[in-house]
Design a binder for this molecule. Structure first.
Ligand code: HMG
Ligand code: MG
Length: 301
């Protein structure tokens, strides 16, 4: 088993987007900037900072443009934002964004609730978005939600995930993040799903995005890295949730992922104490406790 583990893993920090989009408290631009700065100081090189989505649908992301105006971007850090359509891309171009993340799902029902269109319609919508993004030298990451289960329609066929992943890759996305949106995945199901996707697209194009509703995310991540996946999405303090996946809890906590990886000799480039500082800062602003076991053990609450 140990032979198969990678030497290094890339963490994509999603707390400033996924982590905040479902919270009852709206975080000000000033506090978001301070939070992002703390994430930078912890060594993160991929920090998702917001979303150009409808402010009526997701009010917590409404200050994304303002945030980007004030954000002092570091050369070696990527700050992707979510973009669902042409209007979102136009806002991203205006804000001089260098990387966007488009998002669809492997479930028709979830996609309708989340972005108000079918899977096919979403792909059609993305085609000109991707083309224009490429013309503007913008990198495109893609999310597929509900890769294991859908909160509305139950279990998802892995072949559906694999087909959507190949389509998005062919259209020009550089990476496909596979989302266990409601956190019901368990290691064997993850292994089966990933085996099917890896048959369709190169393993180095795959990232995993586990929500931790049932406490299975670390086991699922270990399964993924044993299958040579080296990009993991996570959020400090275990923040996160999707407004259209009722009952789903936060993302796997970055502190917990990093603790596990470092203990196995896998490098992340991250400083766990500094991650805990960021975690503590944002939890104070949100008036809540972290769900990260490591943050609690290190007394960062
Ligand atoms: P729609 O209602 O179908 O869009 O929404 P529309 O084109 O008919 O426009 C309706 C209104 O929205 C108009 O405004 C548009 O201007 C406005 P009005 O005339 O009524 O005042 N609008 C926009 N405003 C700002 N930015 C835009 C934009 N587009 C239209 N880009 C839409 C379609 C996709 C916009 C909507 O459904 C939406 O914003 N949904 C939010 C989706 C979202 O953010 N979900 C959470 C993130 S996904 C996630 O968490 C999963 C993930 O973490 C992976 C995982 O865990 O599985 C990524
Ligand atoms: Mg998510």
């Amino acid at each position: 088993m140990l032979d198969k583990l990678p030497k290094e893993v890339k963490i994509v920090e999603v707390s400033a987007r996924d982590g905040l989009q479902n919270e009852p408290v709206t975080i000000s631009v000033e506090d978001k900037l301070q939070f992002i700065n703390m994430l930078e100081l912890a060594g993160l090189k991929n920090i998702e900072v917001g979303a150009f989505v409808s402010p009526k649908w997701v009010p917590q992301m409404a200050n994304t443009a303002e945030l980007l105006t004030s954000l002092k971007k570091q050369e070696d850090i990527s700050y992707p934002v979510l973009v669902p359509n042409r209007k979102g891309l136009d806002a991203a171009i205006k804000a001089d964004v260098k990387e966007i993340a488009i998002f669809t799902a492997a479930s028709e029902e979830f996609n309708q609730k989340n972005i108000n269109c079918s899977i096919t319609e979403s792909i059609e919508r993305f085609k000109p978005v991707i083309k224009t993004a490429i013309d503007n030298n913008i990198l495109i990451r893609a999310y597929i939600s509900c890769v294991i289960d859908c909160p509305y329609s139950g279990a998802i066929e892995a072949s559906k995930v694999a087909d959507i992943a190949s389509t998005l890759l062919e259209l020009g996305c550089y990476e496909i993040s596979l989302g266990d949106t409601i956190g019901t995945a368990t290691p064997l199901r993850v292994k089966n799903m990933l085996n099917t996707v890896i048959n369709n697209i190169p393993v180095e194009k795959i990232a995993v995005h586990f929500h931790d509703t049932y406490g299975q995310a670390l086991a699922n991540i270990l399964t993924a890295i044993e299958m040579e996946i080296t990009t993991i999405d996570s959020a400090v303090a275990g923040l996160g949730g999707c407004p259209y996946a009722k009952g789903a809890s936060g993302n796997v906590a970055t502190e917990d992922v990093v603790y596990m990886l470092h203990a196995m000799g896998i490098k992340t480039g991250l400083d766990i104490e500094k991650l805990c500082h960021a975690s503590k800062f944002i939890c104070n602003k949100l008036n809540r406790q972290p769900t990260s076991k490591v943050a609690l053990a290190l007394n960062c609450q």
